[in-house]
Ligand binder design. Structure first.
Ligand code: HEM
Length: 440
């Protein structure tokens, strides 16, 4: 979902602006949000997320500086929007705020990419008219009629994974269930060789990881793996050119607007679909188990009334906010919340913060599976880039919970999770759980 593969200043954390900067204190720890000068706060800090410390920082920004300015050596000038209404307004205004310079914090728009970086292009990072025609070409794969066709297969695969879970034994929910189910789904969408499906998981991880964070060591290593992805899909593309099916590769190979795509554009759109359909849903699957354990009275309510599953799914997507922000770039000088935004400034719409805005949601840090306005959450964005796969994600989560409630009394977390080191993909790398099966 990101062009992180080509330009990600998180890859080399920007130098601190000055001692006492919000990023770390002298013990190497993240200080309290209220112990640092407001102007030094930079929310694009992966540690705020991997250590689950983001809440306090955004609470302070929403209250004291909802349109917050930062400037770093690598990224230049950027703004962080933390309130619901500002985020929605900018997200809905593609004429004044462009996606074409990237959707995560990047280098200033006229900067040359660093050597070795891949210049990948994908329709999430395009403006009309190219965005609209490319989106239209692949949108059929998630049309309601196609989802109805997919439902039995998703259910069958979900049941198989749940039936194979060990009992009375701690295991990692992230790898055993969330990754397995979302990877199977992707293999289905691409008609990807099923036995090799974990390649998709790997490419998705590589595309969004920060070099040095454990997934991939260097920008060059990332490039090599992503080129392998391109090579693999180019083979599938050639096969489907002569022998098309209903899958996404065939749609791209035959679509009027996509059939002549340059290799980097093809790779970009593949990565968009792989990451879009993978990390986000995967992290919501883990987030649903984690959050219901944190709010056990809500879990009990769900068990007592499974009809609440669709509302619970929407609420968990709000609470989790699997993509913490999206970026736009100002096309002109303008004002947001009274602040002067300059043409070319990067504007980060922090969905994770808007979803915690108390002007919009009551007790937003809590899970409330009967929250009346939950469908208005920001997690899927707004406007022309609104998530294309939202119904598919909701379908997968609904089926997962229907099948969980049928066979387990409870899924119990055994310890706190480990979280993803990223300020963009907000998720989990490890969640130890035990399951208790219902007596026959
Ligand atoms: C809970 C799961 C998901 C979340 C939270 C999520 C979130 C998002 C967000 C925030 C955006 C950008 C919105 C904006 O800029 O206004 C987006 C776009 C997109 N998502 Fe998702 N997504 C999820 C699942 C999926 C799935 C399963 C797919 C697979 C088909 C998918 C495919 C896409 C695509 C292709 C775009 C680009 C749309 C465009 O630029 O027109 N997403 N998603």
């Amino acid at each position: 979902m990101s062009e992180a593969a080509s330009s990600n200043p998180e890859a080399t954390p920007p130098p601190l602006k000055r001692p006492g900067d919000s990023e770390v204190n002298s013990q190497g720890e993240i200080p309290s949000a209220y112990d640092v000068p407001l102007e030094t706060i930079n929310p694009v800090n992966p540690r705020l997320f991997s250590e689950n410390r983001w809440q306090e920082y955004f609470a302070r920004l929403r209250a004291e500086d909802p349109v917050h300015f930062s400037e770093t050596e690598l990224a230049g000038r950027f703004w962080s929007l933390s309130r619901y209404e500002d985020i929605k307004r900018v997200d809905s205004d593609h004429e004044n705020f462009s996606s074409a310079h990237g959707i995560t914090l990047g280098f200033p728009i006229d900067t040359q990419l660093p050597e070795g970086a891949l210049n990948i292009s994908m329709f999430i990072a395009m403006d009309p008219p190219t965005h609209d025609v490319q989106r239209k070409t692949v949108t059929g794969v998630v049309a309601p009629s196609n989802l109805a066709k997919l439902e039995p297969l998703i259910r069958e695969r979900t049941v198989k994974v749940l039936e194979s879970l060990p009992e009375d034994e701690t295991f990692d929910w992230v790898d055993t269930v969330s990754i397995e189910l979302t990877t199977m789904m992707l293999a289905t969408l691409f008609d990807f060789p099923f036995e090799e499906r974990r390649k998709l998981t790997r490419w998705s991880d590589v595309a969004t990881a920060v070099p040095g964070s454990g997934v991939v060591d260097t920008e060059e290593a990332r490039r090599a793996e992503l080129l392998e992805c391109l090579e693999y899909f180019t083979r599938l593309w050639q096969e489907r050119k002569t022998n098309p099916g209903d899958d996404l590769v065939s749609m791209l190979a035959h679509g009027e607007e996509t059939k002549n795509m340059e290799p980097m554009e093809f790779l970009g759109n593949l990565i968009l679909l792989i990451v879009g359909g993978n990390d986000t849903t995967r992290n919501t699957m883990s987030g649903s188990v984690y959050s219901l354990n944190k709010f056990p009275e809500q879990y009990d309510k769900l068990i007592a009334n499974p009809e609440l599953i669709p509302k619970m799914v929407a609420e968990v997507i709000r609470w989790q906010t699997p993509l913490a922000y999206m970026r736009r770039t100002a096309n002109h000088d303008c004002k947001i919340g009274g602040k002067d935004i300059k043409q070319g400034d990067q504007v980060l719409m922090w969905y994770v913060s808007g979803n915690r805005d108390t002007d919009f949601f009551d007790n937003p840090d809590d899970i409330n599976i009967e929250r009346p306005n939950v469908r208005n959450h920001l997690s899927f964005g707004f406007g022309i880039h609104r998530c294309m796969g939202n119904r598919l994600a909701e379908l997968q989560l609904r089926i997962l919970w229907e099948e969980i409630l049928k066979r387990f009394e409870k899924i119990e977390i055994q310890d706190e999770p480990e979280r993803t080191y990223s300020s963009f993909v907000k998720g989990y790398t490890y969640l130890p759980v035990k399951v208790k099966r219902k007596k026959a």
